[in-house]
Design a protein around this ligand. Structure first.
Ligand SMILES: [Zn+2]
Length: 477
């Protein structure tokens, strides 16, 4: 049973420039059941490839935090609130979202920009969450042995590799070869309907406007027609049909009507995406048009200030941002931009002061902590950066962004042993064990570590080398 799919998989893989990707390592999965834990493990391997090796992954903690807030609000009232979910953003103008095994849900920037209300955006997340809570991926592969899961995982990696390479012919090869197993992987109509219905209920439970779902899906359907045969694999496997939309409309009509106001974050997240897109001069023009259309809109003003800052027009950016802040409730989005502008104007102390206040005002905001550490490193206070990051790491050991900031902070202090020791943790969390070991070797030889530090490096090195040995044994066995 295992041989043929593996051979197919190999031919599938060789066709792509997958050197930037590793195949998911499933270890002894073939011998076990496809449990939620296994699915999560496969998902973790795929997401680590996307997050740290796919150029299209949007490495923006502010926006990622926002979609996670919406996603977790929905997941908490879904039919299976105990499941783990992680949401991430892919820089891609097409209208798309997808669920990977294990509750990892990707959203294209194009989708966030196309949504006219937060409820519309939430409706797509609700649909994808339902694919996970209803265990559709497991059901598709469950009856066909673990090898199908391996194929699915590899196919996803391959499609992502082809896409991030932005080479159309490669993508075409990917789609063609994938076609052979497409039918096995595609969600069935029944699954789609189930995800629509469960998603709609989740949307209502979370307090969003349920009419956002049929409205948005109808616009998505119209947009999908434009892609025709060039539709990404996902859209071909998630066919939107008139019946599906009619079904959603009927159900939404029987639910309670609710006027829902979008959170300010929805506007800020979209404005940030627009302001950061394309050439700075074009972004300024785009945001100027937005402001002209809605002069009182805080998000549009924020977007214009951000675009001006990107274009190097810092005085105008600061003035525009001040005008927005005078008329709007405080928000971390505004603070972060203010700090960025201050840093660009060489006012490191001002940037740090601004962010220190914001961390106190918004203690649960994760991205402010990154911004503060970054400002302290750039603004000449690396010691304070290291101290703050270390405190935060106590509760967030698995946060590779924090470890990267810690490494940068030590580098700025000239502490090389500590710098490379922290960098080892970055690589480890980003799925590269050999690179982590290499960093610890460098840390050992750096020559500025004290006895305790070097003992800790040695202990970690022994641990990671043992882990590498076990992984290799697993792969051969
Ligand atoms: Zn679907």
């Amino acid at each position: 049973m295992m041989r043929r799919p593996l051979a197919l998989l190999l031919s599938l893989t060789l066709a792509f420039p997958v050197n930037a990707y590793d195949l998911p390592d499933l270890g002894d999965v073939a011998a076990s059941e496809l449990s939620p834990a296994t699915e999560r493990r496969i998902g973790e391997q795929i997401i680590s490839q996307i997050r740290w090796r796919d150029a299209a992954y949007l490495d923006d903690p502010e926006i990622e935090d926002y979609i996670n807030r919406i996603g977790h609000k929905l997941a908490a009232v879904s039919s299976n609130p105990g499941l783990d979910f992680d949401f991430f953003v892919v820089n891609d103008p097409t209208l798309n979202a997808f669920a990977l095994p294990g509750g990892f849900i990707g959203v294209h920037t194009g989708l966030l920009l196309a949504a006219q209300t937060e409820s519309e955006f939430a409706s797509v997340l609700g649909h994808e969450i339902a694919h996970v809570t209803q265990r559709h991926i497991a059901q598709i592969v469950g009856k066909q042995s673990q090898s199908a899961m391996l194929m699915l995982a590899s196919l996803l990696v391959a499609v992502l590799a082809a896409r991030s390479n932005s080479d159309v012919s490669q993508a075409a090869i990917a789609a063609g070869q994938a076609g052979a197993i497409q039918s096995q992987l595609g969600y069935t109509r029944a699954f789609e309907r189930e995800a629509d219905r469960a998603g709609l209920e989740t949307l209502e439970n979370a307090g969003f406007d349920v009419r956002g779902m049929p409205g948005f899906f109808e616009r998505l359907q119209r947009a999908t027609r434009m892609y025709e045969n060039n539709a990404p694999a996902y859209l071909r496997t998630h066919p939107l049909t008139t019946e599906r939309i009619a079904d959603m409309e009927n159900r939404a009509a029987s639910m309670r009507y609710r006027q829902v106001v979008d959170s300010p974050d929805f506007g800020y997240a979209r404005a940030k995406l627009r302001a950061n897109a394309g050439q700075p001069a074009d972004a300024v023009k785009d945001m100027e048009n937005q402001v002209a259309q809605a002069p009182g809109d805080a998000a549009a003003g924020y977007g214009l200030a951000r675009a001006l800052s990107r274009a190097g027009r810092l005085d105008e950016a600061a003035k525009r941002l001040d005008a927005v802040r005078a008329k709007t409730p405080p928000s971390p989005w505004l603070v972060t931009l203010e700090a960025e502008i201050r840093l660009a104007r060489k006012d490191g102390a001002g940037a740090i002061r601004t962010l220190e206040g914001a961390v106190r005002d918004f203690p649960s905001n994760r991205s402010l902590v990154y911004s503060l550490a970054d400002a302290r490193i750039l603004g000449g206070q690396p010691g304070a950066a290291v101290e703050g990051v270390r405190r935060t790491l106590d509760n967030r050991q698995g946060d590779s962004r924090l470890w990267a900031l810690l490494s940068r902070g030590y580098a700025a202090l000239g502490k090389r042993t500590a710098q490379h020791r922290a960098q080892a943790e970055v690589y480890l969390l980003r799925g590269s064990l050999p690179a982590a070991i290499e960093q610890l070797e460098i840390a050992r030889k750096a020559g500025d570590g004290d006895f305790y530090e070097l003992s800790a490096v040695d202990a970690r090195l022994r641990e990671l080398k043992q882990r590498l040995l076990e992984e290799r044994k697993d792969r051969e066995g």
